[in-house]
Design a protein around this ligand. Structure first.
Ligand SMILES: Cc1cc2nc3c(=O)[nH]c(=O)nc-3n(C[C@H](O)[C@H](O)[C@H](O)COP(=O)(O)OP(=O)(O)OC[C@H]3O[C@@H](n4cnc5c(N)ncnc54)[C@H](O)[C@@H]3O)c2cc1C
Length: 436
């Protein structure tokens, strides 16, 4: 996948257009007489916020046809930033209206309309809760699975109350067709959640993969091998990832993203993990024969057919690189690949023997980097720095695509340093495993 200005403009343009759809419906046909500027401005913010909440459901990273355009990282950043703007608009909507016209305070008065006051108060709490739980999940010690469930439920509630509120007020939605149009458009956005959480798992329940092996590569790093049963296995491009659920049903809170580690040409699919929490720690207890459900493939962390590879990976972040290198081997692809592989100790290096084998068969240079090297270490030492990247940067740097995956601080250094070294941003691809 290529990043281009054209694609970026198209999607940003589409986003702006879609965020104006409810406002467009409100302004279509005959409209009531205009009130004071700030009242109309506050109302417009409400319609835009409603649309943006709906769009959050589309830009959630669960639609493969959107994710490849931007990359999962960028998409989730975008989801986060636009989510904050949507919340600000949603909260500004009542504040501006009440400041412009104190009569609007009656919307929160239970003696005037109990249900309306109740739901508008609840939705305000929901907006504050979604902001707090997203920004401070780790401080709240909220585990990822429960946060995801809460996030989805609150988002749906906010959109639902937003639809109800706009229809109930109906100042701009007087004719029935306008109300129907709002319900239809926002209902379509809500269907996206239903589709990803219910329809997709329901369809995938008939296509369980079978776990055929669990192997400990090095302490606390496990490789799972799965095989499609009586159906063609999912096609993927090296560098992509899938959402995994293990167990008898695909309906589980425990659904986690993992990069494909195996070659895209192999019959079986392999994933490798590092134990970090409840799900990844459960791999060592998994038994062959268990069912595994895969959703995907997703992601645009993928090599272009005509470009050499410069891979800067840290720790478990080497998994997508392994898929790329193993696929190059199976395709007998002779392009040049440089792998800078950073770890803390020599014992943390994954797939070392295989990398040495690949070095013999591929046009591959592997540079190991250790923070805490043994006495007889003859590789690089320390952390990834701009100087290190510059040392290994190929002379014809414009013919390479740059991939980085690993700990966040390492990736930040790599992204900034490569830009400082004159690499075009459209050639730099990142895959962040930590979604905080
Ligand atoms: C695109 C992508 C590819 C990944 N590929 C790999 C891989 O090849 N190998 C590997 O070991 N890890 C990979 N990860 C990370 C892996 O998904 C998490 O380590 C795993 O979900 C942790 O689950 P847990 O229950 O063991 O830990 P938890 O205790 O639940 O979480 C530990 C931390 O992991 C992150 N995390 C947890 N659940 C998720 C989730 N569903 N989505 C995203 N992040 C989560 C959170 O930051 C959390 O704080 C990848 C992540 C992403 C986003």
């Amino acid at each position: 996948m290529r990043y281009t200005y054209g694609r970026a403009l198209f999607w940003v343009g589409l986003y702006v257009l879609l965020s104006a759809v409810p406002l467009g419906i409100a302004l279509a046909g005959t409209v009531p007489e205009a009130r004071a500027f700030w009242i109309e401005f506050g109302v417009a913010l409400g319609f835009i916020a409603l649309a943006m909440f709906g769009l959050q459901l589309l830009f959630s990273g669960r639609f493969a046809w959107i994710a490849p355009t931007f990359g999962m990282d960028n998409l989730l950043h975008y989801h986060r930033e636009t989510g904050i703007v949507a919340m600000v608009f949603a909260l500004a909507h009542p504040v501006i209206l009440m400041l412009a016209e104190p009569e609007f305070l009656a919307y929160l008065d239970p003696t005037v309309n109990f249900l309306r006051a109740l739901f508008l108060s609840l939705v305000t709490v929901a907006i504050l809760l979604i902001i707090a739980s997203s920004l401070c999940r780790l401080s709240f010690k909220l585990n990822y699975e429960w946060w995801r469930l809460l996030h989805g439920a609150l988002s749906l509630f906010i959109v639902l109350v937003g639809i109800g509120h706009s229809v109930q007020v109906s100042h701009y939605l007087e004719p029935l067709w306008k109300q129907g149009a709002i319900v239809l458009v926002m209902g379509a956005a809500m269907y996206l959640v239903f589709h990803t959480r219910i329809v997709r798992p329901w369809l995938s329940r008939k296509k369980p993969y079978r776990l055929t092996g669990i192997k400990e590569e090095i302490p606390r790093r496990w490789t799972m091998t799965v095989e499609a049963q009586d159906f063609k296995r999912m096609e993927f491009v090296p560098g992509q990832f899938a959402w995994i659920t293990v167990g008898d049903t695909p309906f589980s809170l425990q659904q986690h993203p993992f990069s494909f580690a195996s070659s895209a040409r192999e019959r079986t699919i392999r994933f490798t993990t590092k134990e970090v929490g409840d799900f990844t720690e459960s791999w060592k207890h998994m038994k062959p024969g268990m069912k595994v459900f895969l959703e995907g493939p997703f992601g645009s962390f993928t090599p272009k057919p005509d470009s050499h590879l410069f891979l800067v990976m840290g720790g478990i972040g080497v998994t997508p690189a392994m898929s790329m290198l193993r696929t190059l081997r199976d395709d007998q692809d002779s392009r040049h690949a440089i792998l800078l592989y950073a770890n803390v100790t020599a014992g943390d290096i994954l797939f070392r023997e295989e990398l040495e084998e690949l070095r013999k068969t591929l046009h591959l240079d592997v540079v190991y980097l250790l923070e805490d090297p043994p006495d007889d270490w003859d590789g690089e030492t320390g952390r990834v720095t701009q100087e290190l990247l510059e040392k290994y940067l190929p002379t014809k740097s414009g013919e390479y695509t740059y991939f980085t995956c690993g700990p966040e601080p390492m990736m930040d250094v790599v992204e900034i340093s490569l830009r400082n070294l004159g690499i075009d941003w459209r050639r730099i691809y990142t895959e962040r495993f930590e979604i905080v």
